[in-house]
Design a protein around this ligand. Structure first.
Ligand SMILES: C[S@@+](CC[C@H](N)C(=O)[O-])C[C@H]1O[C@@H](n2cnc3c(N)ncnc32)[C@H](O)[C@@H]1O
Length: 365
């Protein structure tokens, strides 16, 4: 993506993320954020108020998550506005940051998965959402039988995590559910996510993407923005942006159509949308292309939430006990991350190149 393809507020640099005043008749970044706060603070009270398939219903959760979701307070669950399930495997003892944590629904599920020795931090800019999440923090700790809560919520902007005192390399995983599209400065959000991740960590998140670039004149419509439509990136522009900030090899975990009510569809001139979960590893020696070095891995079946099969991404589904060839990038992601102890690795020192990895294909969603 080149700068000229981005609308003015989307072009705002990280350090000017709060700058007021648009220069091209478009809303400033601050005005866009105020619209979104109004939408999630006042206009949308429950999922039923949304005009899209924005909300991921609990039927979509994997079976191991359903009982954990059932532990979350009804009032918090009623304000869950995520577009998918964005909780990855292997979270025991990890530190997890949730960008745009809303009422805290995902955080309270993750709290149970990281356990009492793990840590969960949620960041959201909307007062009422943060207040609700805070109101239930100790309530959930008591419910989970924790001596002390492992969840903290900060009111603030996901473009400016440094202002919240969130240090470099201080998280194992960054999650986010239906939020990046709402930000007027997506590059700042991804740059900050990359900064706070430890090496070997990953951003695992669900969001809405457009199948073609959304016209600028729709981006300031507060309803289309609030419904996670008009701020959505064209997916190929997202890939470019992710690579630019250091996430060299974005992986699609799953993707499905994102349905918009007819009343909004008329304005969209045929643009279609998808809800997609990406995983972006912060591993320094990944390549932009998928290459074959004759390496293979065997999944041990040792992850409690995936005993028979681990869906790592759409192209890498590991059956327990099977030795399967992988690209050097996949090999490195698994070996550098919290997945390491769950795999056997073959060909660690392989230097012989066999050309492009056979299953490599262009990323599409
Ligand atoms: C669609 S809701 C999703 C909330 C939550 N992730 C969930 O799954 O229920 C979007 C949330 O992102 C927050 N948000 C949007 N843009 C933000 C920004 N730039 N900084 C902080 N929070 C933001 C909103 O306040 C809102 O609570």
């Amino acid at each position: 993506m080149v700068a000229s393809q981005l609308s003015q507020p989307e072009r705002t640099s990280r350090h000017a993320a709060g700058a007021k005043g648009a220069t091209n008749g478009r809303k400033s970044a601050d005005e866009v954020r105020e619209d979104v706060k109004e939408y999630y603070g006042r206009i949308i009270q429950t999922k039923e108020d949304l005009q899209t398939s924005a909300c991921c219903t609990e039927e979509k959760f994997p079976s191991y998550v359903k009982p954990l979701a059932g532990m979350v307070a009804d009032e918090v669950a009623s304000k869950f506005f995520g577009c998918d399930f964005c909780v990855p495997n292997v979270l025991e003892n990890t530190s997890v940051l949730d960008l745009g944590s809303g009422s805290g629904f995902d955080c309270f599920i993750i709290s149970q998965l990281v356990g009492e020795t793990g840590r969960v931090v949620g960041v959201d800019m909307t007062d009422s959402q943060v207040e609700l999440a805070n109101k239930y923090t100790q309530w959930h700790a008591d419910r989970f039988g924790f001596e002390k809560s492992n969840v903290t919520f900060h009111k603030g902007y996901i473009e400016k995590l440094d202002e919240l005192g969130l240090d470099d390399a201080s998280f194992d995983v960054v999650v986010s559910n239906c939020v990046l599209n709402l930000s007027p400065d997506k590059e700042a959000v991804l740059t900050e996510a990359y900064r706070v991740l430890r090496t070997g960590g990953e951003m695992y998140f669900s969001d809405v993407y457009a199948l073609r670039r959304v016209p600028d004149n729709l981006k300031d419509d507060p309803v289309l923005r609030g419904e996670c439509i008009s701020g959505a990136l064209y997916w190929n522009d997202f890939i470019t942006l992710a690579r630019k900030v250091g996430f060299t090899d974005p992986r699609v975990v799953q993707s499905e159509p994102y349905f918009v009510d007819d009343s909004l569809m008329d304005k969209l001139d045929g643009t279609e949308f998808v809800s997609t979960t990406f995983r972006l590893f912060k591993v320094s020696n990944l390549e932009a292309t998928i290459e074959d070095y004759g390496q293979a891995v065997k999944y041990k079946g040792s992850i409690f939430s995936a005993p028979a099969q681990l869906v790592f991404d759409r192209d890498n589904i590991f059956e327990a006990g099977a030795v399967v060839p992988v690209s050097r990038n996949t090999f490195r992601m698994l070996r550098a991350s919290r997945f390491r102890s769950h795999f056997d690795f073959y060909g660690c020192c392989s230097k012989k190149h066999f050309g492009p990895f056979p299953r490599s294909q262009p990323i599409t969603i």
